[in-house]
Design a binder for this molecule. Structure first.
Ligand code: NAD
Length: 260
């Protein structure tokens, strides 16, 4: 019997990067990840990869900003498995531009994916978690939940906002044995970050190597990228919590970039 045997976990944005690693790791410990992603093809591939290793997984098409799609993904999960034990609200994007040039439409798009997505998925899962008197909710924050960087106004705003949502849920959820935490990674080399390297180089008029060394990893203790495995370790720690002792807290996973 593993930590997650039989646990049903909706993981948003699990077709790629950090979310995918979390889904693979949950499945490796007996959990059943529901791969909820905008990209159904990639989500189905992740689910197939898990099944090929002998695990169980379920792919659902879900744009986390669309209430009807979120409700449907949660309803389909309930119909198939009868419960939702864990929510990892992870789907996210990045758009880099200085505030003075930031298109309002991009500001709204980014806030909507990170914040509306977290709210809508939480709300949809909570009624089932409250009824079951069990739930573990983990939000994907960032060092940018605590720190700021140039060019990332809506991202930093949204990631700080997730800490607020998580703290409220910690208070509201405690009587139902529902915990809430935020995991705050430093830079991880996923498609989201690979895309940013040339974009930041162009905006800051420096080389891509300088973006990595002097922007992304500048404040780490050892010049190292965080890995998807490092992030999954922290998410699984909170998702496996025996009780609400850690609820309301956040953990920075970043090779020392921003020490609390
Ligand atoms: P990624 O681009 O590899 O994966 C993001 C996934 O989210 C993709 O599969 C994408 O299809 C999905 N997605 C995007 N918009 C969606 C929507 N509206 N509805 C449903 N799914 C959607 O990115 P990643 O680096 O794995 O990022 C995952 C999370 O980790 C994000 O919240 C990101 O902000 C956070 N994060 C990443 C880093 C990093 O350095 N990579 C650091 C800190 C935090």
């Amino acid at each position: 019997m593993s930590r997650f045997t039989g646990r049903v976990a909706i993981v948003t944005g699990a077709a790629s990067g950090i979310g995918k690693e979390i889904a693979l790791r949950l499945a490796a410990e007996g959990g059943i990840p529901v791969i909820a992603d905008l990209n159904l093809d990639a989500a189905s591939k992740t689910a197939a990869e898990i099944k090929a290793k002998g695990g169980d997984a379920f792919a659902v098409a879900m744009n986390v900003t669309d209430e009807a799609q979120v409700e449907k993904g949660v309803a389909d999960t309930m119909a198939k498995y009868g419960k939702i034990d864990i929510l990892v609200s992870n789907a996210g994007i990045q758009i880099v531009k200085p505030i003075v040039d930031f298109p309002f439409a991009d500001w709204k798009k980014l806030l909507s994916i990170h914040l509306d997505g977290a709210f809508l998925t939480t709300k949809a899962c909570l009624k089932h978690m409250y009824a079951a008197k069990y739930g573990r909710v983990v939000y994907m924050g960032s060092v940018h939940s605590k720190e700021a960087s140039k060019l990332k106004a809506p991202y930093v705003t949204a990631k700080h906002g997730l800490i607020g949502l998580s703290k409220v849920l910690a208070k509201e959820g405690a009587e139902f044995n529902v915990s809430s935490n935020v995991v705050c990674p430093g830079f991880v080399r996923t498609p989201l970050v690979e895309k940013q390297i040339p974009e930041q180089a162009a905006e800051l008029k420096i080389s891509e190597a300088d973006v990595i060394k002097n922007v992304m990893l500048k404040d780490t203790i050892d010049g190292q990228f965080t890995t998807t495995d490092d992030v999954a370790d922290a998410v699984l720690f909170y998702a496996a919590a025996r009780n609400t002792v850690h609820s309301g807290q956040s953990a920075v996973v970043s090779h020392g970039w921003f020490m609390q």
